[in-house]
Design a protein around this ligand. Structure first.
Ligand SMILES: [Zn+2]
Length: 175
């Protein structure tokens, strides 16, 4: 086998052409002494096909980062990806993809019920005009519409023909 170039950043070593969004995957695990830190890749849209508008992504970030901490005390960070196709969630402890998915889905349910974006003011945010609550709720609704069993499958080859047939158009997934 020919040697492939390896990067320091885990996601640069992921072949983005093989995934099937949306999905939740364990991206990286780090042991820090007795502590374990797990990084999850929470992908909403198909890489290089679709991405979330900045204002909706920004509001979703505020809403998820605030609400997910009501469901677990293991969150270290939740931040949007620069490519705007999803988020990274970093948690402490032996957290499985299933457990992370449960917390994310609970926080997304909270997004649907929100009447305002938390921290949306010039005091609490670095770009408070760039928000879209309705857009955030649209993307939350979309993610929640996907069957749980499908969300934890990452690669195209893991999906059954039936699942491949029903990947929603909004993901940008090309069959
Ligand atoms: Zn902000």
């Amino acid at each position: 086998m020919e040697s492939k170039e390896r990067f320091n950043v885990e996601s640069f070593n992921l072949d983005h052409t093989l995934v099937a969004a949306p999905y939740i995957r364990t991206a990286d695990v780090k042991e820090l002494g007795q502590e374990r830190i797990v990084k999850f890749d929470v992908r909403f849209t198909q890489p290089n096909e679709k991405f979330i508008p900045t204002d909706a992504l920004h509001s979703l970030e505020h809403l998820l980062a605030e609400n997910i901490r009501n469901h677990t005390d293991q969150v270290i960070d939740l931040s949007p990806m620069g490519c705007r196709t999803g988020f990274y969630l970093i948690m402490k402890g032996h957290v499985t993809t299933e457990e992370a998915a449960r917390s994310i889905l609970l926080a997304l349910q909270d997004v649907l019920e929100a009447t305002e974006v938390p921290g949306c003011s010039p005091i609490h945010c670095g770009n408070y005009r760039d928000h879209d609550l309705e857009g955030a709720q649209l993307w939350a609704r979309r993610f929640l519409s996907v069957p749980h069993a499908q969300l934890i499958k990452v690669f195209r080859e893991e999906l059954s023909p039936e699942e491949l047939e029903h990947v929603p158009a909004w993901t940008g997934f090309v069959k």
